[in-house]
Design a protein around this ligand. Structure first.
Ligand code: AMP
Length: 245
């Protein structure tokens, strides 16, 4: 039993030790920072949750943080409402401030998985400045065609209580219109309506897609086919994370 425990601790150490080692710094091994890129509906949220759970670090979704602020009626929520309702991106300064505040919390000391941030070159540059003293990171780009995206988003349903996400076509809740984990009635996100989705895709191609080149040049990017079964995508992400780059 003890041997097995020691073995798995060593194995985990090997994997994590090699995660971000650009050889250069010890600090680089201290934090695990994973960035998930991809268009809306590419499965970023689902995968980010699983990866964070597997690595034991927080999943930080800027979209979730904004929606939480909207729900609570905070000042920040009021400032960002029009952007979320229309599918446009929230101005960089607001997002960067919120992100900096979130990642300074003690639960982020060992690292975090970013979902929906960065979404523009200025945000990526701000993140680089923020991480300059922290170490390295790895970027996973989930590739999915537009048609698949629209079908996925149109079928997406989530639980307003526990945050579980389903798709009425590909991965429905076993309890129908209710969350199979907590029994709450499932809802469709208001920005998952067709017109808003189209605007979100436009924003993605004009502002976010350029990040692929940005991270490719830095040698940080791994492309993963996001059309596969979520379990296979997850395995491929974990494999990419454990590989030294
Ligand atoms: P998401 O849940 O990631 O699809 O985000 C929902 C909405 O929140 C987006 O359509 C934007 O209006 C806003 N948002 C989330 N993250 C960002 C970000 N990094 N930069 C700008 N706006 C964002």
């Amino acid at each position: 039993m003890m041997k097995a425990l020691i073995f798995s601790m060593c194995a985990a150490g090997l994997v994590f030790g090699s995660l971000f080692s650009d050889d250069s710094s010890e600090k680089a091994q201290e934090k695990m920072i994973i960035i998930l890129l991809g268009p809306p509906g590419s499965g970023k949220g689902t995968q980010a949750k699983k990866v964070a759970g597997e690595l034991g670090i927080p999943h930080i979704s800027t979209g979730d943080l904004f929606r939480e602020n909207l729900k609570q009626g905070t000042d920040l929520g009021k400032r960002v409402k029009e952007f979320l309702d229309s599918g446009r991106l929230v101005p960089d300064a607001i997002v960067v401030d919120m992100l900096e505040d979130r990642v300074s919390k003690p639960d982020c000391l060992k690292g975090y998985v970013l979902d929906g941030f960065p979404r523009s070159i200025p945000q990526a540059e701000a993140l680089d400045r923020l991480l300059a003293s922290t170490g390295s990171y790895k970027v996973i780009n989930l590739q999915v065609a537009d048609q698949t995206i629209i079908e996925r988003i149109e079928g997406r349903e989530s639980c307003p209580s526990c945050g579980a996400v389903y798709n009425k076509y590909s991965s429905p809740s076993k309890k129908g219109a209710l969350c199979e984990k907590c029994g709450t009635e499932l809802v469709q996100r208001s920005d998952d309506k067709k017109e808003v989705v189209e605007e979100r895709l436009r924003q993605y191609y004009s502002q976010t897609e350029p990040l692929i080149g940005f991270y490719e040049k830095k040698g940080k990017l791994v492309h993963i086919d996001g059309r596969e079964d979520p379990q296979i995508v997850f395995k491929e992400i974990m494999q990419a994370i454990s590989e030294k780059k």
